[in-house]
Design a protein around this ligand. Sequence first.
Ligand code: HEM
Length: 519
Amino acid sequence: MSAKSLKTYTREEVSEHNKEGDLWIIVDAKVYDLSRFSNLHPGGPSVLLTPTVAGKDATQAFFGLHRHEVLLRPQYARLQIGTLAEEQSLIKPPTPGALSRVPYAEPSFLAEGYFSPYYTEGHRRFQRAIREFVEREVLPDATRCEDSGARISKDVVRRLGETNILAMRLGPGKHLHGRTLMDGTVKPEEFNYFHELIINLELGRLGMRSYLDGLLAGFVIGLPPVLNFGSEELKARIVPETLSGEKIICLAISEPAAGSDVQGVTTWADFDEATNEWVVSGCKKWITNGMFSDYFTTLCQSKSGPLVLLIPRTDDVETKPLKTSYSSTAGTALVLFNRARVPKGNVLGKVGQGVKVILSNFNHERWMIAITSVGAHRRIVEECLKWANQRMVYGKPLSSQAVIRAKLANMIARIEAAQNWLESVTHQMCNMSYEEQSDKLAGQIGLLKQFISRVSRESAEDATQIFGGRGITASGMGKLVEIFHRTSPYDAILGGAEDVLGDLGVRQAIRKMPANARL
Ligand code: HEM
Protein backbone atom coordinates (compact mmCIF):
# COMPACT_ATOMS: atom_id res chain seq x y z
CA MET A 1 0.00 0.00 0.00
CA SER A 2 1.41 3.39 -0.90
CA ALA A 3 2.06 5.96 1.84
CA LYS A 4 -0.76 8.07 0.37
CA SER A 5 -3.48 5.47 0.95
CA LEU A 6 -2.45 4.81 4.59
CA LYS A 7 -5.17 5.79 7.06
CA THR A 8 -4.96 6.86 10.69
CA TYR A 9 -6.52 4.69 13.39
CA THR A 10 -6.97 4.77 17.14
CA ARG A 11 -5.95 1.85 19.36
CA GLU A 12 -9.67 1.26 20.08
CA GLU A 13 -10.45 0.90 16.39
CA VAL A 14 -7.61 -1.60 15.94
CA SER A 15 -8.77 -3.62 18.95
CA GLU A 16 -12.10 -4.41 17.22
CA HIS A 17 -10.28 -6.51 14.59
CA ASN A 18 -9.20 -9.37 16.78
CA LYS A 19 -10.38 -12.66 15.24
CA GLU A 20 -9.75 -15.08 12.41
CA GLY A 21 -10.64 -13.44 9.09
CA ASP A 22 -10.59 -9.97 10.64
CA LEU A 23 -7.21 -9.56 12.26
CA TRP A 24 -5.23 -6.36 12.75
CA ILE A 25 -2.15 -5.69 14.88
CA ILE A 26 0.07 -2.74 15.74
CA VAL A 27 3.84 -2.89 15.33
CA ASP A 28 5.78 0.27 16.15
CA ALA A 29 2.78 2.61 15.69
CA LYS A 30 1.97 1.04 12.30
CA VAL A 31 -1.26 -0.86 11.74
CA TYR A 32 -1.15 -4.16 9.83
CA ASP A 33 -4.09 -6.12 8.45
CA LEU A 34 -3.14 -9.79 8.80
CA SER A 35 -6.63 -11.17 8.03
CA ARG A 36 -5.55 -12.99 4.90
CA PHE A 37 -1.86 -13.33 5.75
CA SER A 38 -2.41 -15.19 9.05
CA ASN A 39 -2.73 -18.58 7.33
CA LEU A 40 0.46 -17.92 5.36
CA HIS A 41 2.42 -16.66 8.37
CA PRO A 42 5.64 -18.77 8.68
CA GLY A 43 5.13 -18.84 12.46
CA GLY A 44 1.54 -20.13 11.97
CA PRO A 45 -1.82 -18.39 12.53
CA SER A 46 -2.34 -19.35 16.17
CA VAL A 47 0.40 -17.04 17.55
CA LEU A 48 -1.31 -14.12 15.80
CA LEU A 49 -4.73 -15.01 17.21
CA THR A 50 -3.73 -15.08 20.88
CA PRO A 51 -5.51 -12.40 22.97
CA THR A 52 -2.23 -10.57 23.69
CA VAL A 53 -1.55 -10.16 19.94
CA ALA A 54 -4.85 -10.01 17.99
CA GLY A 55 -6.04 -6.40 17.80
CA LYS A 56 -3.23 -5.35 20.16
CA ASP A 57 0.14 -3.60 20.12
CA ALA A 58 2.43 -6.53 19.29
CA THR A 59 5.64 -4.49 18.96
CA GLN A 60 7.52 -6.27 21.72
CA ALA A 61 6.36 -9.73 20.64
CA PHE A 62 7.29 -8.93 17.03
CA PHE A 63 10.83 -7.73 17.72
CA GLY A 64 11.40 -10.67 20.04
CA LEU A 65 10.94 -12.98 17.05
CA HIS A 66 11.80 -11.16 13.81
CA ARG A 67 14.54 -8.98 12.37
CA HIS A 68 13.22 -5.57 11.40
CA GLU A 69 14.06 -6.33 7.73
CA VAL A 70 11.01 -8.62 7.65
CA LEU A 71 8.75 -5.57 7.62
CA LEU A 72 10.73 -4.02 4.75
CA ARG A 73 10.18 -6.98 2.41
CA PRO A 74 7.60 -5.79 -0.18
CA GLN A 75 5.25 -8.73 0.40
CA TYR A 76 5.00 -7.84 4.11
CA ALA A 77 5.30 -4.04 3.83
CA ARG A 78 2.06 -4.05 1.84
CA LEU A 79 0.19 -5.53 4.83
CA GLN A 80 0.40 -2.12 6.48
CA ILE A 81 -2.93 -0.30 6.21
CA GLY A 82 -2.29 2.69 8.40
CA THR A 83 -0.63 4.35 11.36
CA LEU A 84 -1.73 5.19 14.89
CA ALA A 85 -3.17 8.65 15.41
CA GLU A 86 -0.72 10.98 17.17
CA GLU A 87 1.95 8.30 17.65
CA GLN A 88 5.32 8.14 15.94
CA SER A 89 7.09 4.97 14.94
CA LEU A 90 10.45 4.74 16.73
CA ILE A 91 12.22 2.02 14.79
CA LYS A 92 13.60 3.46 11.58
CA PRO A 93 15.04 1.26 8.87
CA PRO A 94 18.75 2.11 8.50
CA THR A 95 19.56 4.34 5.53
CA PRO A 96 22.34 2.88 3.39
CA GLY A 97 25.68 4.29 4.52
CA ALA A 98 24.46 5.43 7.95
CA LEU A 99 26.54 4.87 11.07
CA SER A 100 25.18 2.74 13.88
CA ARG A 101 24.55 4.50 17.18
CA VAL A 102 24.78 1.29 19.19
CA PRO A 103 27.80 1.63 21.54
CA TYR A 104 30.86 -0.28 20.24
CA ALA A 105 29.10 -1.01 16.94
CA GLU A 106 31.51 1.37 15.20
CA PRO A 107 35.27 1.72 15.64
CA SER A 108 36.16 4.80 17.70
CA PHE A 109 37.17 6.84 14.64
CA LEU A 110 33.52 6.71 13.56
CA ALA A 111 31.82 6.96 16.93
CA GLU A 112 30.32 10.36 17.71
CA GLY A 113 32.44 12.37 20.13
CA TYR A 114 35.47 10.01 19.99
CA PHE A 115 38.89 10.56 18.42
CA SER A 116 41.64 8.61 16.69
CA PRO A 117 45.21 9.58 15.79
CA TYR A 118 45.19 7.61 12.54
CA TYR A 119 42.32 8.90 10.43
CA THR A 120 41.69 12.20 8.65
CA GLU A 121 38.39 13.73 7.54
CA GLY A 122 39.28 12.33 4.11
CA HIS A 123 39.27 8.81 5.56
CA ARG A 124 35.85 9.44 7.10
CA ARG A 125 34.46 10.69 3.78
CA PHE A 126 35.89 7.63 2.10
CA GLN A 127 34.32 5.36 4.74
CA ARG A 128 30.88 6.90 4.12
CA ALA A 129 31.19 6.36 0.38
CA ILE A 130 32.33 2.76 0.79
CA ARG A 131 29.62 1.88 3.32
CA GLU A 132 26.92 3.33 1.13
CA PHE A 133 28.24 1.45 -1.90
CA VAL A 134 28.48 -1.81 0.04
CA GLU A 135 24.99 -1.52 1.54
CA ARG A 136 23.30 -0.38 -1.66
CA GLU A 137 25.10 -2.42 -4.29
CA VAL A 138 26.78 -5.38 -2.58
CA LEU A 139 24.49 -6.36 0.31
CA PRO A 140 21.53 -7.56 -1.83
CA ASP A 141 23.87 -9.75 -3.91
CA ALA A 142 25.65 -10.99 -0.78
CA THR A 143 22.37 -11.99 0.88
CA ARG A 144 21.26 -13.86 -2.25
CA CYS A 145 24.56 -15.66 -2.87
CA GLU A 146 25.43 -16.52 0.73
CA ASP A 147 22.22 -18.57 0.92
CA SER A 148 22.07 -19.99 -2.60
CA GLY A 149 25.80 -20.59 -3.11
CA ALA A 150 25.63 -18.74 -6.45
CA ARG A 151 28.70 -16.97 -7.70
CA ILE A 152 29.01 -13.18 -7.18
CA SER A 153 26.97 -11.37 -9.85
CA LYS A 154 28.69 -9.98 -12.92
CA ASP A 155 27.12 -6.55 -12.20
CA VAL A 156 28.77 -6.33 -8.78
CA VAL A 157 32.13 -7.38 -10.26
CA ARG A 158 31.76 -4.73 -12.96
CA ARG A 159 30.98 -2.05 -10.35
CA LEU A 160 33.96 -3.13 -8.22
CA GLY A 161 36.06 -2.56 -11.33
CA GLU A 162 34.45 0.77 -12.29
CA THR A 163 34.81 2.28 -8.81
CA ASN A 164 38.39 0.91 -8.66
CA ILE A 165 37.63 -0.91 -5.42
CA LEU A 166 39.40 -3.88 -6.98
CA ALA A 167 42.53 -1.82 -7.63
CA MET A 168 42.37 -0.31 -4.13
CA ARG A 169 42.17 -3.77 -2.55
CA LEU A 170 45.76 -4.31 -3.69
CA GLY A 171 46.89 -1.45 -1.44
CA PRO A 172 48.65 1.84 -2.17
CA GLY A 173 51.00 1.87 -5.15
CA LYS A 174 51.70 2.68 -8.78
CA HIS A 175 48.77 0.59 -9.99
CA LEU A 176 46.44 3.35 -8.65
CA HIS A 177 48.07 6.21 -10.55
CA GLY A 178 45.78 7.90 -13.04
CA ARG A 179 42.70 6.12 -11.71
CA THR A 180 39.54 7.76 -10.34
CA LEU A 181 39.03 6.16 -6.95
CA MET A 182 35.47 5.86 -5.68
CA ASP A 183 34.27 8.71 -7.91
CA GLY A 184 37.20 10.87 -6.79
CA THR A 185 36.57 10.55 -3.02
CA VAL A 186 40.31 9.98 -2.55
CA LYS A 187 43.25 10.93 -4.76
CA PRO A 188 45.53 8.04 -5.78
CA GLU A 189 48.58 9.72 -4.17
CA GLU A 190 46.69 10.16 -0.88
CA PHE A 191 45.45 6.57 -0.72
CA ASN A 192 47.12 4.73 2.17
CA TYR A 193 46.73 1.50 4.12
CA PHE A 194 44.00 3.03 6.30
CA HIS A 195 41.83 3.52 3.19
CA GLU A 196 42.38 -0.11 2.31
CA LEU A 197 41.62 -1.08 5.92
CA ILE A 198 38.31 0.79 5.64
CA ILE A 199 37.31 -1.16 2.52
CA ASN A 200 38.03 -4.48 4.21
CA LEU A 201 36.31 -3.49 7.47
CA GLU A 202 33.17 -2.56 5.57
CA LEU A 203 33.20 -5.79 3.56
CA GLY A 204 33.76 -7.82 6.74
CA ARG A 205 30.89 -5.99 8.41
CA LEU A 206 28.47 -7.52 5.91
CA GLY A 207 28.83 -10.65 8.00
CA MET A 208 28.59 -12.96 4.98
CA ARG A 209 31.84 -14.89 5.25
CA SER A 210 31.68 -17.07 2.15
CA TYR A 211 30.46 -14.24 -0.05
CA LEU A 212 33.36 -12.17 1.26
CA ASP A 213 35.75 -14.74 -0.19
CA GLY A 214 33.61 -15.03 -3.31
CA LEU A 215 34.01 -11.27 -3.70
CA LEU A 216 37.28 -11.94 -5.49
CA ALA A 217 39.51 -12.64 -2.48
CA GLY A 218 41.51 -14.80 -4.91
CA PHE A 219 42.28 -11.70 -6.97
CA VAL A 220 43.62 -9.84 -3.91
CA ILE A 221 46.21 -12.58 -3.36
CA GLY A 222 46.62 -13.83 -6.93
CA LEU A 223 47.38 -10.58 -8.78
CA PRO A 224 50.19 -9.06 -6.63
CA PRO A 225 52.78 -11.66 -7.78
CA VAL A 226 51.95 -10.67 -11.37
CA LEU A 227 52.25 -6.96 -10.54
CA ASN A 228 55.48 -7.36 -8.59
CA PHE A 229 57.24 -10.15 -10.47
CA GLY A 230 55.63 -10.42 -13.94
CA SER A 231 57.33 -9.24 -17.16
CA GLU A 232 56.18 -5.91 -18.60
CA GLU A 233 54.53 -7.74 -21.50
CA LEU A 234 52.61 -10.04 -19.15
CA LYS A 235 51.52 -7.16 -16.92
CA ALA A 236 50.31 -5.11 -19.89
CA ARG A 237 48.04 -8.00 -20.84
CA ILE A 238 46.84 -9.36 -17.48
CA VAL A 239 46.62 -6.35 -15.16
CA PRO A 240 43.99 -4.26 -17.04
CA GLU A 241 41.62 -7.18 -17.60
CA THR A 242 41.82 -8.35 -13.97
CA LEU A 243 41.58 -4.87 -12.42
CA SER A 244 38.41 -4.25 -14.40
CA GLY A 245 36.92 -7.57 -13.27
CA GLU A 246 36.64 -8.77 -16.87
CA LYS A 247 38.91 -11.75 -16.09
CA ILE A 248 39.27 -13.48 -12.74
CA ILE A 249 42.50 -14.61 -11.12
CA CYS A 250 43.25 -16.67 -8.01
CA LEU A 251 46.21 -18.00 -6.03
CA ALA A 252 46.95 -21.73 -6.09
CA ILE A 253 49.43 -22.81 -3.44
CA SER A 254 47.98 -25.36 -1.01
CA GLU A 255 47.74 -29.02 -1.95
CA PRO A 256 46.15 -32.09 -0.37
CA ALA A 257 49.45 -32.81 1.42
CA ALA A 258 50.82 -29.26 1.77
CA GLY A 259 48.87 -26.51 3.53
CA SER A 260 50.77 -23.91 5.55
CA ASP A 261 53.96 -25.82 4.57
CA VAL A 262 54.55 -24.06 1.25
CA GLN A 263 57.95 -25.70 0.77
CA GLY A 264 56.19 -29.06 0.56
CA VAL A 265 54.22 -28.50 -2.67
CA THR A 266 54.64 -31.22 -5.30
CA THR A 267 52.85 -29.81 -8.38
CA TRP A 268 55.51 -30.39 -11.02
CA ALA A 269 56.58 -28.19 -13.95
CA ASP A 270 58.86 -29.48 -16.75
CA PHE A 271 60.27 -27.16 -19.37
CA ASP A 272 59.62 -28.31 -22.96
CA GLU A 273 62.48 -26.91 -25.10
CA ALA A 274 60.66 -27.85 -28.31
CA THR A 275 57.66 -25.59 -27.66
CA ASN A 276 59.22 -23.15 -25.17
CA GLU A 277 56.49 -23.95 -22.69
CA TRP A 278 56.22 -25.25 -19.15
CA VAL A 279 54.16 -28.41 -18.76
CA VAL A 280 52.44 -28.60 -15.37
CA SER A 281 50.92 -31.62 -13.61
CA GLY A 282 49.54 -31.72 -10.10
CA CYS A 283 46.67 -31.02 -7.76
CA LYS A 284 45.87 -27.89 -5.75
CA LYS A 285 43.28 -27.93 -2.99
CA TRP A 286 41.11 -25.31 -1.18
CA ILE A 287 41.63 -22.75 -3.95
CA THR A 288 39.38 -19.77 -3.24
CA ASN A 289 37.56 -18.59 -6.42
CA GLY A 290 39.15 -21.52 -8.29
CA MET A 291 35.76 -22.56 -9.68
CA PHE A 292 35.38 -19.39 -11.72
CA SER A 293 38.94 -18.18 -12.27
CA ASP A 294 40.51 -17.58 -15.66
CA TYR A 295 44.08 -17.51 -14.27
CA PHE A 296 45.84 -19.43 -11.51
CA THR A 297 48.97 -17.95 -9.88
CA THR A 298 50.53 -21.30 -9.05
CA LEU A 299 53.48 -22.42 -6.96
CA CYS A 300 55.20 -25.41 -8.60
CA GLN A 301 58.38 -27.43 -8.20
CA SER A 302 60.83 -28.02 -11.04
CA LYS A 303 64.27 -29.53 -11.64
CA SER A 304 65.67 -26.04 -11.01
CA GLY A 305 63.72 -25.44 -7.81
CA PRO A 306 60.38 -23.83 -6.97
CA LEU A 307 58.79 -21.39 -9.41
CA VAL A 308 55.54 -19.47 -9.72
CA LEU A 309 53.61 -19.72 -12.97
CA LEU A 310 50.57 -17.82 -14.14
CA ILE A 311 48.52 -20.67 -15.57
CA PRO A 312 45.59 -19.75 -17.83
CA ARG A 313 42.47 -21.91 -17.75
CA THR A 314 42.55 -24.35 -20.67
CA ASP A 315 41.05 -27.80 -21.33
CA ASP A 316 43.98 -29.24 -19.35
CA VAL A 317 42.93 -27.39 -16.21
CA GLU A 318 40.04 -29.02 -14.40
CA THR A 319 38.23 -27.46 -11.42
CA LYS A 320 35.94 -29.38 -9.09
CA PRO A 321 33.86 -27.79 -6.32
CA LEU A 322 34.93 -28.54 -2.75
CA LYS A 323 32.11 -28.76 -0.28
CA THR A 324 33.40 -27.01 2.83
CA SER A 325 31.42 -25.75 5.81
CA TYR A 326 30.72 -22.44 4.13
CA SER A 327 28.67 -21.71 1.03
CA SER A 328 29.89 -22.48 -2.49
CA THR A 329 29.64 -18.78 -3.38
CA ALA A 330 33.37 -18.62 -2.49
CA GLY A 331 34.05 -20.92 -5.45
CA THR A 332 36.44 -23.10 -3.40
CA ALA A 333 37.98 -25.65 -5.76
CA LEU A 334 40.15 -28.66 -6.22
CA VAL A 335 42.28 -27.70 -9.22
CA LEU A 336 43.82 -30.41 -11.39
CA PHE A 337 46.58 -29.56 -13.85
CA ASN A 338 46.73 -32.37 -16.40
CA ARG A 339 49.90 -31.57 -18.37
CA ALA A 340 48.73 -27.96 -18.66
CA ARG A 341 50.88 -25.98 -21.10
CA VAL A 342 52.07 -22.54 -19.95
CA PRO A 343 54.05 -20.02 -22.06
CA LYS A 344 57.61 -19.34 -20.86
CA GLY A 345 56.73 -15.65 -20.38
CA ASN A 346 54.24 -16.57 -17.62
CA VAL A 347 56.97 -17.24 -15.05
CA LEU A 348 56.63 -14.78 -12.13
CA GLY A 349 60.03 -13.93 -10.66
CA LYS A 350 63.02 -16.22 -11.13
CA VAL A 351 62.93 -19.99 -11.54
CA GLY A 352 64.20 -21.40 -8.22
CA GLN A 353 62.87 -18.45 -6.21
CA GLY A 354 59.17 -19.31 -6.21
CA VAL A 355 58.90 -19.52 -2.43
CA LYS A 356 60.29 -15.98 -2.10
CA VAL A 357 57.63 -14.71 -4.53
CA ILE A 358 54.88 -16.36 -2.50
CA LEU A 359 56.23 -15.31 0.91
CA SER A 360 56.41 -11.67 -0.17
CA ASN A 361 52.64 -11.80 -0.60
CA PHE A 362 51.74 -13.29 2.75
CA ASN A 363 51.91 -10.23 5.05
CA HIS A 364 49.34 -8.32 3.05
CA GLU A 365 47.04 -11.34 2.83
CA ARG A 366 47.19 -12.02 6.58
CA TRP A 367 46.67 -8.36 7.43
CA MET A 368 43.62 -8.31 5.12
CA ILE A 369 42.13 -11.43 6.75
CA ALA A 370 42.69 -9.87 10.17
CA ILE A 371 40.74 -6.76 9.10
CA THR A 372 37.74 -8.57 7.63
CA SER A 373 37.63 -10.72 10.74
CA VAL A 374 37.54 -7.59 12.92
CA GLY A 375 34.76 -6.13 10.70
CA ALA A 376 32.62 -9.25 11.12
CA HIS A 377 33.44 -9.53 14.84
CA ARG A 378 32.32 -5.96 15.53
CA ARG A 379 29.07 -6.61 13.67
CA ILE A 380 28.46 -9.58 15.97
CA VAL A 381 29.07 -7.40 19.03
CA GLU A 382 26.41 -5.03 17.67
CA GLU A 383 23.98 -7.90 17.02
CA CYS A 384 24.46 -9.18 20.58
CA LEU A 385 24.00 -5.76 22.19
CA LYS A 386 20.78 -5.21 20.23
CA TRP A 387 19.47 -8.67 21.00
CA ALA A 388 20.32 -8.49 24.72
CA ASN A 389 18.46 -5.20 24.82
CA GLN A 390 15.31 -6.25 22.96
CA ARG A 391 14.90 -9.89 23.97
CA MET A 392 12.66 -10.31 27.02
CA VAL A 393 13.22 -13.22 29.42
CA TYR A 394 11.40 -13.75 32.70
CA GLY A 395 9.69 -10.40 32.03
CA LYS A 396 12.95 -8.44 31.74
CA PRO A 397 15.45 -7.66 28.97
CA LEU A 398 18.10 -10.34 28.49
CA SER A 399 20.70 -7.70 29.40
CA SER A 400 19.38 -7.74 32.98
CA GLN A 401 21.12 -11.12 33.44
CA ALA A 402 24.64 -10.69 34.87
CA VAL A 403 25.91 -13.72 32.97
CA ILE A 404 24.92 -12.09 29.67
CA ARG A 405 26.55 -8.78 30.65
CA ALA A 406 29.74 -10.66 31.52
CA LYS A 407 29.80 -12.18 28.03
CA LEU A 408 29.20 -8.77 26.45
CA ALA A 409 32.03 -7.29 28.53
CA ASN A 410 34.45 -9.91 27.16
CA MET A 411 33.24 -9.40 23.61
CA ILE A 412 33.66 -5.63 23.79
CA ALA A 413 37.14 -5.96 25.30
CA ARG A 414 38.17 -8.40 22.57
CA ILE A 415 36.96 -6.29 19.65
CA GLU A 416 38.48 -3.10 21.02
CA ALA A 417 41.83 -4.81 21.71
CA ALA A 418 41.83 -6.44 18.26
CA GLN A 419 41.04 -3.24 16.39
CA ASN A 420 43.52 -1.13 18.35
CA TRP A 421 46.40 -3.53 17.67
CA LEU A 422 45.34 -3.78 14.04
CA GLU A 423 45.41 0.01 13.65
CA SER A 424 48.80 0.24 15.35
CA VAL A 425 50.24 -2.30 12.88
CA THR A 426 48.57 -0.46 9.98
CA HIS A 427 50.22 2.77 11.14
CA GLN A 428 53.60 1.00 11.02
CA MET A 429 52.82 -0.20 7.48
CA CYS A 430 52.08 3.38 6.39
CA ASN A 431 55.54 4.41 7.56
CA MET A 432 57.64 1.49 6.31
CA SER A 433 58.83 0.41 2.89
CA TYR A 434 57.65 -2.99 1.66
CA GLU A 435 61.07 -4.46 2.55
CA GLU A 436 60.94 -2.98 6.05
CA GLN A 437 57.45 -4.40 6.51
CA SER A 438 58.72 -7.87 5.56
CA ASP A 439 61.57 -7.57 8.02
CA LYS A 440 59.85 -5.91 10.95
CA LEU A 441 56.19 -6.81 10.63
CA ALA A 442 55.98 -10.39 9.29
CA GLY A 443 56.16 -11.83 12.81
CA GLN A 444 53.84 -9.25 14.33
CA ILE A 445 51.23 -9.67 11.59
CA GLY A 446 51.38 -13.43 12.22
CA LEU A 447 50.76 -12.86 15.93
CA LEU A 448 48.05 -10.29 15.19
CA LYS A 449 46.19 -12.66 12.89
CA GLN A 450 46.51 -15.45 15.44
CA PHE A 451 45.09 -13.19 18.16
CA ILE A 452 42.27 -11.87 16.01
CA SER A 453 41.11 -15.25 14.75
CA ARG A 454 41.28 -16.73 18.25
CA VAL A 455 39.26 -13.96 19.90
CA SER A 456 36.74 -14.12 17.03
CA ARG A 457 36.06 -17.74 17.88
CA GLU A 458 35.73 -16.92 21.57
CA SER A 459 33.16 -14.22 20.74
CA ALA A 460 31.41 -16.61 18.34
CA GLU A 461 30.92 -18.99 21.28
CA ASP A 462 29.61 -16.20 23.53
CA ALA A 463 27.30 -14.87 20.80
CA THR A 464 25.82 -18.33 20.27
CA GLN A 465 25.06 -18.62 23.98
CA ILE A 466 23.47 -15.16 23.96
CA PHE A 467 21.26 -16.03 20.95
CA GLY A 468 20.49 -19.59 22.06
CA GLY A 469 18.67 -21.69 19.43
CA ARG A 470 18.61 -18.69 17.09
CA GLY A 471 22.39 -18.68 17.05
CA ILE A 472 22.37 -22.09 15.37
CA THR A 473 19.54 -21.29 12.94
CA ALA A 474 20.43 -20.18 9.44
CA SER A 475 17.52 -17.77 9.00
CA GLY A 476 15.83 -15.21 11.22
CA MET A 477 17.14 -13.27 14.20
CA GLY A 478 20.45 -15.06 14.68
CA LYS A 479 21.46 -15.58 11.07
CA LEU A 480 24.64 -13.48 11.28
CA VAL A 481 25.65 -15.18 14.53
CA GLU A 482 25.10 -18.57 12.91
CA ILE A 483 27.35 -17.59 9.98
CA PHE A 484 30.01 -16.16 12.28
CA HIS A 485 30.04 -19.23 14.51
CA ARG A 486 30.28 -21.57 11.52
CA THR A 487 32.82 -19.58 9.53
CA SER A 488 35.12 -17.76 11.99
CA PRO A 489 37.41 -20.85 11.95
CA TYR A 490 38.21 -19.93 8.32
CA ASP A 491 40.14 -16.92 9.57
CA ALA A 492 42.21 -19.28 11.71
CA ILE A 493 43.17 -21.40 8.65
CA LEU A 494 43.24 -19.27 5.49
CA GLY A 495 46.50 -17.43 4.86
CA GLY A 496 48.36 -19.67 7.33
CA ALA A 497 47.07 -21.71 10.25
CA GLU A 498 46.74 -19.84 13.53
CA ASP A 499 49.28 -21.92 15.47
CA VAL A 500 51.84 -21.74 12.67
CA LEU A 501 51.52 -17.95 12.58
CA GLY A 502 51.86 -17.58 16.34
CA ASP A 503 54.99 -19.70 16.16
CA LEU A 504 56.35 -17.58 13.29
CA GLY A 505 55.91 -14.45 15.41
CA VAL A 506 57.79 -15.91 18.34
CA ARG A 507 60.58 -17.40 16.19
CA GLN A 508 61.13 -14.00 14.59
CA ALA A 509 61.24 -12.34 18.00
CA ILE A 510 63.75 -14.91 19.28
CA ARG A 511 65.92 -14.38 16.18
CA LYS A 512 66.03 -10.65 16.95
CA MET A 513 66.95 -11.04 20.61
CA PRO A 514 70.07 -8.95 21.45
CA ALA A 515 73.08 -11.24 21.98
CA ASN A 516 73.65 -9.72 25.40
CA ALA A 517 70.06 -9.97 26.67
CA ARG A 518 70.23 -11.40 30.18
CA LEU A 519 68.00 -11.15 33.24
C1 HEM B 1 3.39 -7.85 10.27
C2 HEM B 1 3.37 -8.92 11.01
C3 HEM B 1 4.22 -10.13 10.83
C4 HEM B 1 4.91 -10.57 9.76
C5 HEM B 1 5.04 -9.92 8.38
C6 HEM B 1 5.58 -11.79 10.15
C7 HEM B 1 6.43 -12.52 9.32
C8 HEM B 1 7.15 -13.61 9.73
C9 HEM B 1 8.17 -14.27 8.99
C10 HEM B 1 8.64 -13.86 7.60
C11 HEM B 1 8.65 -15.29 9.73
C12 HEM B 1 9.77 -16.28 9.33
C13 HEM B 1 11.00 -16.01 10.12
C14 HEM B 1 11.74 -14.74 9.75
O1 HEM B 1 11.97 -14.50 8.54
O2 HEM B 1 12.11 -14.00 10.68
C15 HEM B 1 7.91 -15.29 10.95
C16 HEM B 1 8.10 -16.19 11.97
C17 HEM B 1 7.43 -16.16 13.18
N1 HEM B 1 6.54 -15.20 13.60
FE1 HEM B 1 5.86 -13.66 12.53
N2 HEM B 1 5.26 -12.07 11.43
C18 HEM B 1 4.42 -11.08 11.90
C19 HEM B 1 3.91 -10.93 13.16
C20 HEM B 1 4.10 -11.81 14.19
C21 HEM B 1 3.61 -11.62 15.51
C22 HEM B 1 2.83 -10.40 16.00
C23 HEM B 1 3.96 -12.69 16.21
C24 HEM B 1 3.60 -12.85 17.65
C25 HEM B 1 3.91 -13.67 18.50
C26 HEM B 1 4.70 -13.58 15.34
C27 HEM B 1 5.25 -14.79 15.67
C28 HEM B 1 6.12 -15.52 14.88
C29 HEM B 1 6.75 -16.75 15.28
C30 HEM B 1 6.55 -17.47 16.60
C31 HEM B 1 7.56 -17.14 14.22
C32 HEM B 1 8.50 -18.34 14.16
C33 HEM B 1 9.81 -17.81 14.70
C34 HEM B 1 10.98 -18.72 14.63
O3 HEM B 1 11.03 -19.60 13.75
O4 HEM B 1 11.86 -18.52 15.48
N3 HEM B 1 4.77 -13.00 14.11
N4 HEM B 1 7.01 -14.26 10.96
